[in-house]
Design a protein around this ligand. Sequence first.
Ligand SMILES: O=C[C@H](O)[C@H](O)[C@H](O)COP(=O)(O)O
Length: 225
Amino acid sequence: MLKEIDTYKKISGERAAEFIEDGMIIGLGSGSTVYWMMKRLGDLVAKGFKIQGVPSSNRTERWAEEFGIPLTDFGSVQSIDLAIDGADEIDNRLNLIKGGGGSLVREKIVDALADKLIIIADESKMVTTLGNFPLPVEVVPFGWEVTARNITQLGCTPTIRQKNGEIFVSDNGNYILDCQFSDISNPKQLHSSLKSLVGVVETGLFIDMAELVIVGCNEGVSIVK
Ligand SMILES: O=C[C@H](O)[C@H](O)[C@H](O)COP(=O)(O)O
C-alpha cells in the first residue's frame, strides 16, 4: 500500500500523462513522481500512441524500456514538444530546485529544449521561498574541495553527496555538492554566481522554465500556473 505522499505523487504523475498527445516528442524527467507519468505513458503507447521520449537519466531510460516507451536522442530531434519532470521545491513564481536524485544536468538540457515544461509534485514541494531543500550543484570531481570552498564564500556550507558510504557519482561522472542556503530570495543571481565559479557544471535552480505545476494533494490535483 502506498504512503500518502506517494499517492499524491502518483495522481500528479498520472494526470500529467493527459497532456500528452499522439505524435509528440516527450522529454522524460527523473524521479519517483515521473515514474507514475511514464507508467501511464506506457499504457498510451500500448494503445497505439506514436510518441518518442528523450530520457533525462539512466534510471528513466531503464523505466522507458520497462514500459515499452520508444526513445530518441538529440541527434535525431531538433526540439521537444513537452517535457514532464519532477522537482524538490517549487516557489510561487514556479522557480524550482531540482537534483535531489542527482539528475539535474541532463534534466536541464532536456527541459530547456522543450516548448512546454510541466512539473509534477506532491504538495509538500510547494514553498514561498526556495532554500529549505539543500541546493544540488554538480561539480567536476577534479579539485572539488576547492570548488566547495569557493561556494562557501557565497553563504552556505556545501556537503559532498554520498551514497552507501561512497561519494555519489552522477550519470555524467561528476560529484554533487548539496548547498544549504537558508533563503534563496534571488535565485537568478545565486545561479549566475555559482555558474561563474570554475569547476561548477550546473546548478539545480530552474528559473523561468516551468509553465505549469500539477500538485498532487488530498483533494486530488491542483494546477498552478
Ligand atoms: O534529480 C532528480 C530530480 O530533479 C527529481 O525530479 C526530483 O528530485 C524530484 O524527485 P521525486 O519525484 O522522486 O520527489
